[in-house]
Design a protein around this ligand. Structure first.
Ligand code: F6P
Length: 359
């Protein structure tokens, strides 16, 4: 009899989710598994539990399609974090209900595609007897147990393209342009796109910045005849001794990171007298087709997840280690965030190129 495996996508979406689903369905079929997809993240496991049959013939075009055909959620009853990332407990009865539904569907295992919050729910489901396998997803690249999460390369590509465009207009007008990028409490998108896109100042959460240092860089360029400056700022970056910038939703309840780009532009304009503009890249970083690198990574991750299930190796997350895909315990994936090392090679190399970090 054909065995069943399940898959769900959870947390903020990112390019490549469908490519993972496709790889799981394809590899699953060749391993004799039927794949069930749960809609809307973990809530799709709750009663009435009505998974979709993910047929191999329906996977055409999924390699390049952005978003997720299963839907996802980073709010609701399975949200493990509040707006700024404070942990939130999941109701035990929901976990019991989800586990019971997995059992009654006869699932051999459940693949959870998500970031640290989603993988911590997967870990809780494992405690309730569900065989889980994780696939690391997030544009933020803030999972320590893998060298790279999928979605990150595409987000960096998007931010780099934005910088290429801002470069020409900043140069034409001799302006300072500030680009605010996502990344939550990690500055990976800012650092990688800032270097790849020729940014002059990169501000990341890992290095609290000071205003005089940021402005000195702008004025130093001015003295060298470079009348324009590109500043990349991560949404979670903050001035030394200051708080992160946040938006509060209309109902006043949810608080989200965002707004530092405008603050930086305002302050730099005031202190240097330069004509300054701010651009928030926002969810453009999460949409669209995955890059070639991400398509390959997603396909390898999806296949490796099925291989773990075939081998009966559960409670693991597939992970990129150097050039190899390996398996690590999910508990290690949710243990601690991956943050930029201020003394790391990439940062020192950027500094040696004259890029300022406001420190
Ligand atoms: O974790 C991915 C991410 O895009 C972060 O970079 C950003 O802070 C957050 O999600 C935005 O979430 P939302 O989808 O709620 O706007």
């Amino acid at each position: 009899m054909t065995e069943r495996i399940g898959i769900l996508t959870s947390g903020g979406d990112c390019p490549g989710l469908n490519a993972v689903i496709r790889a799981v369905v394809k590899a699953g079929q060749y391993s004799g598994f039927e794949t069930l997809g749960f809609r809307g993240g973990f809530e799709g496991l709750l009663t009435p539990c009505e998974p979709v049959d993910l047929d191999y013939n329906r996977m055409d075009g999924m390699l390049v399609r952005g978003g997720t055909i299963l839907g996802s959620a980073n709010t609701g009853v399975f949200a493990t974090k509040t707006g700024l990332g404070e942990p939130r407990e999941i109701d035990e009865s929901l976990l019991e209900q989800a586990a019971a539904n997995c059992k009654s569907l006869g699932l051999r295992a459940l693949i959870v595609v998500g970031g640290d919050g989603s993988l911590s729910i997967a870990n809780r489901l494992a405690e309730h007897g569900v065989n889980v396998v994780g696939v690391p997803k997030t544009i933020d690249n803030d999972l320590d147990a893998t060298d790279q999460t999928f979605g990150f390369d595409t987000a960096v590509d998007c931010a780099t393209n934005a910088l290429d465009r801002l470069h020409t207009t900043a140069e034409s007008h001799g302006r300072v342009i500030v680009l605010e990028v996502m990344g939550r409490n990690s500055g990976w998108i800012a650092l990688h796109s800032g270097i790849a896109g020729g940014g002059d100042v990169i501000l990341v959460p890992e290095i609290p910045f000071n205003w005089p240092a940021v402005c000195a860089k702008v004025m130093d360029r001015e003295r060298r005849g470079k009348r324009f400056t590109l500043i990349v700022v991560a949404e979670g970056a903050a001035p030394r001794g200051g708080a992160v910038a946040v938006h509060t939703t209309a109902d006043g309840r949810e608080v989200r990171l965002g707004g530092i780009g405008e603050i930086v532009a305002h302050e730099v304009a005031n202190r240097t007298g330069k004509d300054t503009r701010a651009v928030v890249l926002g969810h453009l970083q999460r949409g669209g087709a995955p890059t070639t690198f991400d398509r390959l990574l997603c396909t390898r991750y999806g296949e490796a997840a099925v291989r773990l299930i075939r081998d009966g190796s559960y409670g693991k997350m597939v992970s990129l280690h150097g050039t190899e895909i390996v398996a690590v315990p999910i508990t290690r994936a949710i243990g601690r965030p991956r943050r930029i090392d201020p003394d790391g090679e990439l940062l020192l190399s950027a500094k040696a190129l004259g890029i300022g970090f406001g420190d």
